[in-house]
Design a binder for this molecule. Structure first.
Ligand SMILES: C[S@@+](CC[C@H](N)C(=O)[O-])C[C@H]1O[C@@H](n2cnc3c(N)ncnc32)[C@H](O)[C@@H]1O
Length: 205
């Protein structure tokens, strides 16, 4: 797949660099990304999340990030798509507070946070869900399907649905999804990993 950062402006790159600095600083006291992650590791996490930018989200769309942790992938995507509204969801208040702080410090105005379990989400109705390293596909889809709003997207954009980064053997996960939701269809593309296992970009509609 092409370099997901190629289309970013110098200002967007600078914001992402500043985000890596903020993540590194706060990760020392709040466990946002793997303990001991270096700034180089964190930059690879950010780049990995931008694989989701392979296709755009339409302007004005609402995208929910299930289990955002320190803002991954919501914050890098909010920088890449400034006219899309991202809602970063996490059950852990310290994490959503950190994401709120990052967004304020970086001047990223199109990401908001929702603290609580995804099963109980009652924030803005999403047209899309994104996620990385949070839950099996069947859970991610169930959370999204309960609250989703319809949207007609242009052909170059992601078709409304779930776009997530996954690793390992996906066969059991896809079977579990399609047992629970037989009308879903799944597309899997291999993407560059970043030294760990999350090498598939999975799109569910
Ligand atoms: C392994 S971390 C991944 C964080 C981030 N997506 C990343 O790629 O760095 C999983 C996150 O999902 C959150 N989480 C897990 N289950 C959740 C649920 N049902 N509702 C909300 N957040 C959840 C956890 O609190 C944790 O922050």
């Amino acid at each position: 797949m092409p370099d997901p950062t190629a289309a970013l402006s110098p200002a967007q790159r600078a914001t992402l660099d500043a985000y890596v600095g903020e993540l590194a600083r706060v990760n020392r006291r709040v466990n946002l990304v793997a303990r001991g992650a270096t700034p180089g590791d964190l930059a690879r996490h950010v780049r990995h999340c931008l694989e989701i930018a392979a296709r755009p989200f339409p302007g004005g769309a609402v995208v929910v990030d299930w289990g955002t942790g320190g803002g991954l992938p919501a914050l890098p995507l909010a920088v890449a798509f400034p006219d899309v509204r991202f809602v970063a969801v996490d059950a852990v208040g310290k994490k959503t507070e950190a994401v709120r702080l990052f967004a304020r410090r970086l001047g990223v105005e199109n990401v908001e946070v929702w603290n609580g379990r995804a099963e109980a989400y009652d924030g803005p109705a999403p047209h899309y869900a994104v996620s990385r390293a949070t839950a099996p596909l069947a859970d991610l889809w169930a959370w999204f399907d309960r609250v989703r709003a319809p949207l007609s997207a242009p052909p170059e954009a992601w078709a409304p649905g779930l776009v997530c980064l996954k690793g390992g053997d996906l066969t059991a996960e896809i079977n579990g999804l399609q047992d629970a939701f037989p009308s879903t269809s799944v597309d899997v593309q291999e993407v560059e990993g970043a030294g760990w296992d999350d090498k598939a970009l999975v799109h569910v509609v």
